[in-house]
Structures are given as structure tokens and as C-alpha cells.
Design a protein around this ligand. Structure first.
Ligand code: ADP
Ligand code: MG
Ligand code: ZN
Length: 476
């Protein structure tokens, strides 16, 4: 399958919607439910405007504009001097006024790009445009009826549209992950709130027309949905069938896409300029927003390599989460390399494993600094530092307490009484003779056993040397 995806002729473009991190909605003063941590009761955060009642008038939330300009500047987009909103007309219960306020003729921004690293190579994904729009309400389908929750109606969305620059589902995933990182750096999106990032993925294979997969939440799901579509479309082409322009929906529970409709074109929506909202002059806000731009992940990445002399890979991993990057900078004075490999390696792995971000894992910076200090002073082995990271996340205790509680302090092989290398070699004669025949794996195996027996308290390198020496002595 891997090879099929790499085949030339796969073309993918994404339209990604980010629910923006502002206190209130885009066109009314209602609270923005997406910044909450818990789902509010249905239809409690509404007003005549976001319910679409006749006679109600929208007014544009300036904080949305400032956040959107920040995104546009961070992505190096061109921002027109003046922007305006349009009505996209359609009839559906998720939009009571029968049109969505969005942008069409004059979007917030054009051009720009996002860099990803795929298979060790850098690639630039061009941004076509960024639109601001209101989220429609949420329809909850049940067997007998369909319920509408208008809390979601009016959540500010930034829609970021790429050129069809991706050539594999993996690239699309990396892009969505990078976009999420960028949004978090800008505080435009907070992954620990209810806010979501949803994508529509457009995909075509040579010989077929473009299919749009609607409404995919999350980066990994984007990859899954695209992988599925490639196989489906390849099978169609192989059977001599035509792939028509169409819209499908992704069914995450089933892992398949389902046909929704033959694709309509944008012209079908009959866009008109929204007379309730005036044109907005962007020029006067730009210098202020520019000043607020933080150091972005790519710049931080390069600076980390340059200033701390850590590897490209570790630097990339550190900057993928702003809080981890900040933590690294706090710890770098202790020992930059130990700090980078502990934070980007063990700590991040543990957090990912428990599906946590550093900022909501309940850890204290000081604990991480302490453990890096222990690594530097060789008071703990690499292996036990990894174990301690896990325990720290599970038990919310400082490394000193963890090391004491679980007996993790490093020991010298010479003073450790728990292990007899002699006995170990005696019990594993086959591995010893394999090693003598030149099998490196046999040595790893023996070191692994010794590590286990000493519960990680002795450096693996030290154990390895001891074992090699013991095997040599045995021969004599
Ligand atoms: P629409 O107006 O129907 O939304 P756009 O031209 O704005 O269509 O493109 C929507 C998305 O589809 C963009 O992300 C674009 O990169 C992508 N796209 C355009 N052509 C193709 C293609 N041949 N294959 C895959 N994606 C495409
Ligand atoms: Mg579109
Ligand atoms: Zn409202």
C-alpha cells in the first residue's frame, strides 16, 4: 500500500477549519462554547442573531479579526487592504437564516505557505486562501428525529485552503499536525478546550476527477480517510469505471467513505455581498498584530539547532509543542543534550502514550529540571529516567520521591550485589557461544537480562563492558 500512495498522480488539497479561541462568537456577544472544557447544555449559549431570527443584525467581533490577521501574517500571506463578508445561500436546518456568513470574493488572506518535513525532506505547501466564517449549528441525529443545537452556531472559523500540493496521505497528516502546532503557538486554538480542527480533503488520481471528503476531525483521521479513498478510487479505475466529481463523507467508526452528493460548484451557492456588515479596513491593525507575533516553530527549530547544537530531529520534536520547547530552554543550561533527549524522547513519549499535553499533565517544571540534573550527575541511568518519566506522569510525584520509592538510584556495577555476571553467563550458555561466533544480538540479549536483574540501576554501557570482559576471562 505504501508504494501505491507514492505513485505519481495522487493529488491532494485540504480545506481546514479551525474553531478560533475567542471569548465570544463571531457576529454576536454570546459566549463561544468551543473555548470551554466541558460541553454546555444544548441551546444555552444563543441569542436572536446566532439563532438566525428575522430582524437580528450581526456585528463583527474585532478579536476574531485580530486573531485571523495573526494567522495570516504567521503564514506569510498577502492581506488585502479591505475585506468583506458574503452570504452563502443554502437551505438546511443547521442554518436557520438560510445562509452562512462567509467570505468568497475577497477573503481575509491569499498566498502564504506552511513547511512540512516528510520522509526527511522539507516540502512547502502553498496556501491558496484563508476565509473567516461562522460555524453552523450542530445537528444530532437519532433514530426517530433530528435535534439542532444552536450553541455551535456562530463559533468563529478560520478556513485555511491549500493548493493541491500533497502527494500522499502522510503529507496531509503532517500538514494538519503542523497547522495545529502553529495555531497553538498563536493561541488561535487550544487543544485542551472543546475546540476542534476539521478538514475537507480533496483528492484526485490521474485519470479521475476530484472527490471531496467532508468533515474529518484530526490529523490521523485525515490520513486514514485519504488512504481509504486512494484504494477505493484505484479499484474503480482498475475496473474501468469513471470517477466523477463528488462529495463523500468519512465514517470514522467504519473506516470508510460514503457518497453524499455529486459535487456542486461554488457558483451554485449564489454568493452575495452581506449588506448587514460593512467592509473592514485591515491596514490599520497590521502593525500592532505584527508586533505580537511570537517566534514560530520553524524559526525556533533553526535556533535550537544553532544555539544548543542538538540534532535536527530532536529540535523538530521539541518545537512541535510550545510548552515542551519552553521547558527545554529552561533546562538547557543544565545539559542541553540530556535535556533535549529526555524531553523530546522519554517525556514526550510518555505524554503521547497517555494522550496528554505537557501543560495539562500536572507536572512541575522543577521536577523535569531535577531529573535532567540527575542524568547529568549520573545519579540515574537512561533507562530508569524513562521509567521515572512514566511514574512521574502516573503518580504526580517529584523525581526524588519517585527514585526513592521505586529504588531507582544508579549504582556502580562493582558495588552492586544483586547481580552475578558469572551466574548470568552460566545460565545463558547459548547466548555466550552465539556472541563468540560474532552475533551482536546475543550481546544485546545478555545486556538486557542484566539490566532487568539490576532493575535499570546500572548503566547499560557499564554492564556491556562487564559482560564482554567476563566472556573473555571465561575463555582464558
Ligand atoms: P471549490 O471552489 O469547489 O471549493 P477550490 O478550487 O477552492 O474548489 O479547491 C478546493 C480544494 O480542492 C483546494 O484545497 C484545492 O487545493 C483542492 N483541489 C483542487 N483541484 C484538485 C485536484 N485536481 N485534486 C485534488 N485536490 C484539488
Ligand atoms: Mg471549497
Ligand atoms: Zn448569539
Amino acid at each position: 500500500m505504501q508504494q501505491l500512495q507514492e505513485k505519481p498522480g495522487v493529488k491532494i488539497g485540504l480545506e481546514t477549519h479551525v474553531q478560533l479561541n475567542t471569548k465570544s462568537k463571531i457576529f454576536c456577544p454570546c459566549q463561544n462554547p468551543s473555548v470551554l472544557k466541558e460541553e454546555p447544555q444544548p441551546n444555552t449559549l444563543t441569542c436572536p442573531t446566532c439563532l438566525g431570527m428575522p430582524g437580528s443584525k450581526p456585528s463583527f467581533n474585532k478579536h476574531v479579526l485580530l486573531l485571523a490577521l495573526k494567522i495570516a501574517l504567521a503564514l506569510d500571506c498577502h492581506i488585502p487592504d479591505s475585506i468583506f463578508f458574503s452570504r452563502k445561500t443554502y437551505f438546511y436546518p443547521d442554518m436557520a437564516k438560510n445562509y452562512q456568513i462567509t467570505q468568497y470574493e475577497m477573503p481575509l488572506a491569499k498566498g502564504g505557505s506552511i513547511r512540512i518535513t516528510a520522509k526527511g525532506k522539507e516540502k512547502e505547501i502553498r496556501i491558496r486562501r484563508i476565509n473567516l466564517e461562522e460555524d453552523p449549528s450542530k445537528l444530532v441525529h437519532s433514530e426517530k428525529c433530528c435535534l439542532a443545537d444552536y450553541n455551535r452556531s456562530g463559533i468563529p472559523l478560520a478556513e485555511i485552503v491549500t493548493e493541491p500540493d500533497f502527494s500522499s496521505p502522510e503529507e496531509a497528516r503532517l500538514y494538519v499536525q503542523k497547522l495545529e502546532t502553529i495555531m497553538e503557538y498563536l493561541h488561535a486554538y487550544d487543544s485542551s478546550s472543546l475546540a476542534v480542527i476539521k478538514s475537507d480533503a480533496n483528492i484526485s488520481l490521474s485519470g479521475g476527477e476530484r472527490v471531496e471528503i467532508k468533515n474529518i476531525t484530526g490529523a490521523k483521521e485525515v490520513e486514514q480517510a485519504l488512504k481509504y479513498e486512494i484504494i477505493r478510487q484505484q479499484n474503480m479505475l482498475r475496473m474501468g469505471k469513471k470517477i466523477e466529481m463528488s462529495t463523500v463523507s468519512w465514517q470514522p467508526e467504519l473506516g470508510i467513505t460514503k457518497l453524499m452528493r455529486a459535487k456542486e460548484t461554488e457558483e451554485d451557492y449564489g454568493y452575495i455581498f452581506d449588506p448587514d456588515l460593512t467592509a473592514i479596513n485591515t491596514v490599520r491593525y497590521i502593525p500592532g498584530v505584527q508586533k505580537e507575533l511570537p517566534e514560530m516553530p520553524d524559526a525556533k527549530h533553526e535556533r535550537f539547532i544553532r544555539s544548543y547544537r542538538i540534532s535536527d530531529k530532536l529540535a523538530e520534536s521539541l518545537v512541535s509543542e510550545k510548552e515542551l520547547a519552553d521547558l527545554f530552554e529552561k533546562a538547557a543550561h543544565i545539559d542541553a543534550r540530556a535535556a533535549a533527549s529526555f524531553i523530546a524522547g522519554y517525556l514526550k513519549k510518555t505524554l503521547n502514550w497517555s494522550n496528554l499535553k505537557y501543560r495539562n499533565a500536572g507536572l512541575e517544571d522543577r521536577w523535569v529540571l531535577d531529573i535532567i540534573g540527575m542524568l547529568k550527575n549520573r545519579r540515574i541511568t537512561d533507562r530508569n529516567a524513562e521509567m521515572a518519566a512514566r511514574k512521574m506522569v502516573e503518580e504526580k510525584l517529584s523525581p526524588k520521591q519517585i527514585v526513592e520509592k521505586h529504588g531507582m538510584e544508579r549504582e556502580d556495577a562493582t558495588t552492586n550485589t544483586e547481580i552475578s555476571i558469572e551466574r548470568l553467563l552460566e545460565k545463558n550458555k547459548k547466548a555466550v557461544s552465539d556472541y563468540r561466533r560474532g552475533e551482536k544480538k546475543a550481546l544485546h540479549f545478555l545486556v538486557g537480562l542484566a539490566m532487568k536483574e539490576t532493575r535499570g540501576k546500572i548503566d547499560s554501557l557499564e554492564l556491556k563492558n562487564l559482560i564482554i570482559r567476563a566472556i573473555r576471562n571465561k575463555r582464558n
